[in-house]
Write a protein that binds this ligand. Structure first.
Ligand code: NAD
Length: 911
């Protein structure tokens, strides 16, 4: 039995949403919208028909003994060389034997099926035993063209032989016509297409049926003997019609893959066949046809061996591994359809030395290094002496191919200065798990998705295209494997070793959850709890605090109990003294203790009002003040306050509690300013959790889902060194977290500032006064006062008297000194010059020296680095609406002078 023994597929990772072509070019070519559905595959800038052929072949050869392959046929109309055996390059990259036939089949879209027929005939004739037939195409078109929509890039491989046949070859029938539906002159870059109607009616519709009918007659079969019919035709309607005319019901016809990848030229019949073989059952009968200056029709029957094939990427895996992009210009750039300035560095010589390529062919094309026969150490490149310092044997190395060896990232960088079609150039050291390492370029990845320790696979890619001499050089690059980065837990876990934390009200509920988690992560904890009832009316007990201390000790942690009340200054002092006496310092305070005395205002006696104020609002003051003194001395502190939705948004019957809880937000707003220069961060949590405070408020089913443990991660993060934010209010519960802020509307001006507006003026302008459209958040009272002053400053009024809304460039610079992070400026001596263009712009410079920052309006004589931006972009950047890196790469942000120093800005200022 002869037939197909294995298959493999490869579609490049990149897909272009066809609508993005229409969106950019629909004004010019509106009709292309008719075929703009789905996405087309396209090669990364370092891929071509040859590299795709290597990938498809590797997929096909999984589990196959390479030494048994005695021929390789490479079929493509877009090979990168007109005179250099491309099959020979693929063969070398795959490390196949030298004593074999390596032949290119080309110049017709049916070269794939013709190569396959030739291979099957050669095996049938007994001349060859096992032939690898690979089809691959990357066809170019001009921009905004129907064919640009129809085409896709891809490759597929079929191994033909006698052993373990998965699809038995039953016969083939070919017709050959000099039917020129399209052609590409040997000096042309693009195909010349004849009218589509004629191609459909005279070409596809007549020539495919001719070959299929010939095959049926030859084998005495009919469409009844076919389960699946595979043939390419990018005209969707015609594809269905041809099949129908040949008697194939719609369920027999394999989709032409327009929506998922587009037509992949010579590779398309192969790719479609691979999509069928992936799902095929033993016994399935497959009819396959390839079209182009005639037609080849082949008939196969699937065997039981199909079940024994090892897993592979194939067509399905290729579809799953994709990245869809919306940027049509990127597609054009990758295909060299737009000329961009590549800079002076791109002028470096690119000539490849054929002598070196020949001598080092195994290393450069096959990624072959050495393995020491004395000690077994692999190394790349292969050398005369073993790298193992305990071995250092001479001439002991045998060939060792690294291409399929497991590897991971040891180090990497993104280089914006290196020449790259897709900056930044990403490269780094990759370490092979079984030994050996080398510096590799990375491809098919984004800088932000890579991590040290992440696994990579190696892929044959184009390195340099020498357009002057028409030569492409190739080498192996690393592709980071998504989902294989080391678990963050192991690498980046947030710890509190050497930190001392005070948690008030930690005997039960939320406080207990915080204390336990802090201790688990290394903190030494003061577990404070008065041990009173829900309303705080009784004398309390030591039990709750003691129990939590015991729990922590049982877990191997360190903790001490404190039974003092937060409600008095003495109590607060005693709690902090406990921390300092027991553990020597205090780094973290979580003000969590709380009681409830709910009543409507009329029934709210002063006693209930005061009791709640004492525990919540005064309690935070009583504990935080002595702690702050220690933290200031240590130049480190993390303070968390506990507010509530009742305070932020209001809750019936809780005027006392709401007032105290929102009072804490005011406390934070100012304390964070006082803490800033001492590296003390103050944040507030608004929890929602099932505790005794909420047991009669929350419905039972919700109560179950609201474990305090869901709030703890947020509170612990706010207590960590990693949290550099201050002054935030975060709602937390059930694993849902969101930030709450106080917004200030843009407001309006009534009168000139000299005349007092009347009540009637207020009435008339009420909507504008009340409006929150474009409302802003302010960092402090001075900044909030700014718009009011601005409103009356000359030249700052807009027509109609309204002030400029929200953040302005001048306001950013007036707040720059406040945003300065003193602790990050040790040893920094720079002058940042800002040149902001546009109506709101101007020149400012910031001088950072000896831990201080001074901002001056105007231009500095010798700035270290100059940042140039438009006013709108600069405001967006500061507001976090524009990413710095993308602003830089898109040209919105220009840097002159010391580029490296400009990167300090992000570290030195926090807005
Ligand atoms: P809880 O009643 O379970 O725990 C509060 C703890 O504070 C108790 O152990 C109590 O003994 C202690 N305490 C009371 N007065 C004290 C004092 N004077 N000194 C020292 N300890 C004292 O309540 P919880 O739900 O865990 O609440 C913790 C904090 O979260 C409170 O500030 C509360 O207002 C706030 N909060 C809770 C929710 C929620 O859904 N549970 C919602 C919003 C805000």
């Amino acid at each position: 039995m002869i037939g197909i023994t294995s298959y493999g597929g490869y579609i490049p990772k990149l897909r272009l949403n066809r609508m993005s072509i229409f969106r950019e070019m629909g004004w010019f070519a509106p009709a292309i919208v008719m075929v703009a559905e789905g996405e087309r595959s396209f090669c990364n800038w370092d891929e071509d028909a040859l590299t795709m052929a290597v990938e498809a072949s590797r997929d096909c050869l999984r589990g196959v003994e390479k030494g048994k392959i005695d021929a390789h046929y490479l079929c493509s109309t877009t090979l990168p060389f007109a005179d250099r055996s491309c099959a020979g390059v693929v063969k070398t990259a795959l490390n196949l034997m030298n004593d074999m036939v390596a032949a290119d089949f080309t110049t017709s879209l049916k070269c794939g099926t013709s190569g396959l027929v030739t291979a099957l005939d050669a095996v049938k004739g007994g001349e060859r035993k096992s032939i690898l037939v690979t089809a691959s195409d990357k066809r170019e078109t001009r921009a905004a063209y129907f064919y640009e929509m129809w085409f896709g890039d891809g490759a597929a491989s079929l191994l033909v032989g006698k052993d373990n046949v998965i699809a038995e070859f039953k016969g083939s029938y070919s017709v050959s016509h000099d039917f020129v539906d399209h052609y590409r002159g040997s000096w042309s870059e693009y195909d010349y297409m004849w009218e589509e109607r004629w191609v459909r009616d005279e070409g596809y519709s007549k020539i495919i049926p001719e070959a299929v009918s010939g095959l049926f007659k030859m084998l005495s079969i009919s469409m009844d003997d076919v389960d699946t019919f595979v043939f390419p035709c990018f005209f969707k309607a015609e594809h269905r019609k041809i099949a129908a005319r040949l008697g194939a019901s719609p369920e027999k016809v394999v989709d032409n893959l327009h929506e998922v990848c587009g037509e992949t030229g010579a590779a398309h019949p192969f790719l479609m066949l691979v999509s069928v073989l992936e799902k095929a059952k033993p016994g399935d009968r497959i009819l396959m046809a390839g079209f182009g200056q005639g037609c080849d029709a082949l008939y196969f029957q699937v065997t039981d061996h199909i079940r024994d094939l090892p897993p592979r990427r194939g067509f399905k895996g290729s579809l799953e591994t994709k990245k869809t992009i919306e940027s049509y210009p990127k597609f054009l750039k990758f295909r060299n359809l737009i000329k961009t300035e590549m800079g002076i560095r791109a002028e470096a010589p690119t000539q490849a030395a054929m002598t070196v390529l020949w001598r080092k062919r195994k290393m450069l094309t096959g990624l072959v290094g050495g393995k020491c026969t004395a000690c077994g150490t692999p190394q790349f490149p292969k050398m005369d002496i073993c790298v193992n310092p305990d071995c250092n044997a001479f001439h002991s190395q045998e060939d060792y191919c690294f291409a399929d060896e497991p590897a991971f990232i040891k180090s990497f960088t993104g280089d914006l200065l290196a020449v790259s079609v897709d900056p930044p150039a990403i490269y780094g050291m990759i370490q092979f798990e079984n030994g050996g390492r080398f510096m590799a370029d990375f491809t098919d990845c984004e800088l932000g998705d890579i991590q040290v320790g992440q696994k990579v696979s190696l892929h044959f890619r184009r390195r340099v295209v020498d357009r002057e001499r028409g030569f492409s050089t190739y080498f192996w690059k690393a592709v980071p494997i998504p989902g294989t980065a080391p678990q963050r837990e192991e690498k980046d876990s947030i710890r509190f070793d050497d930190r001392v934390a005070v948690v008030t009200g930690a005997g039960v509920g939320l406080g207990r959850a915080y204390a336990l988690e802090l201790a688990k992560r290394g903190a030494r904890v003061v577990v404070n709890d008065l041990g009173g009832g829900r309303d705080g009316a009784d004398d309390g007990s030591e039990g709750p605090a003691d129990r939590v201390v015991e729990e922590i000790r049982n877990l191997g942690g360190e903790a001490v109990a404190s039974y003092d009340s937060v409600a008095t200054p003495e109590g607060g002092q005693a709690i902090i003294d406990k921390a300092v006496e027991t553990f020597g310092r205090v780094d973290i305070v979580i003000n969590n203790a709380g009681i409830l005395r709910d009543k409507t205002l009329v029934k709210m006696e002063p006693e209930n009002w005061d009791a709640v104020m004492d525990v919540h609002l005064k309690g935070a003051y009583n504990v935080t003040r002595p702690a702050f003194i220690h933290m200031r001395g240590n130049r480190y502190g993390r303070i968390v306050l506990t507010t509530s939705a009742a305070g932020l948004y209001g809750n019936f019957g809780q005027t006392n509690y709401s007032a105290a809880k929102l009072g804490l937000v005011g406390f934070m707003n100012t304390l964070r300013l006082e803490g800033e220069k001492h590296n003390i961060k103050v944040n507030t949590v608004a929890p929602i959790a099932a505790t005794r405070l909420t047991e009669d408020i929350l419905p039972p089913d919700l109560f179950e889902k609201l474990k305090p443990e869901f709030v703890a991660p947020l509170v612990l993060y706010l207590c960590s060194e990693q949290c550099e934010d201050t002054g935030l209010v975060i709602n937390a519960g059930m694993g849902y977290f969101n930030r709450a802020v106080l917004l200030t509307g843009p407001g309006t001006v009534l009168g000139s500032g000299n005349t007092i507006p009347t009540l009637e003026d207020i009435h008339k302008k009420w909507d504008a006064i009340n409006s929150l459209e474009k409302a802003a958040e302010y960092p402090n009272a001075t900044a909030a006062f700014g718009p009011m002053l601005d409103a009356f400053s000359p030249g700052k009024k807009e027509s109609g008297g309204t002030t400029k809304k929200g953040l302005t460039v001048s306001r950013i610079f007036s707040g720059l000194e406040q945003a300065f992070q003193q602790d990050k400026a040790v040893g920094v001596d720079v002058v940042f010059q800002f040149e902001i263009s546009g109506p709101d712009g101007g020149s400012w410079y910031a001088t950072v020296k000896e831990g201080r920052c001074e901002v001056t309006e105007g231009s500095h004589a010798a700035p270290t680095t100059t940042i140039k931006m438009a006013d709108v972009d600069f405001v967006k950047l500061i507001k976090g609406e524009l990413n710095g890196m993308s602003a830089f790469t898109s040209g919105k942000l220009r840097v002159e002078g010391d580029l490296m120093k400009s990167q300090l800005i992000e570290k030195l200022f926090r807005f």
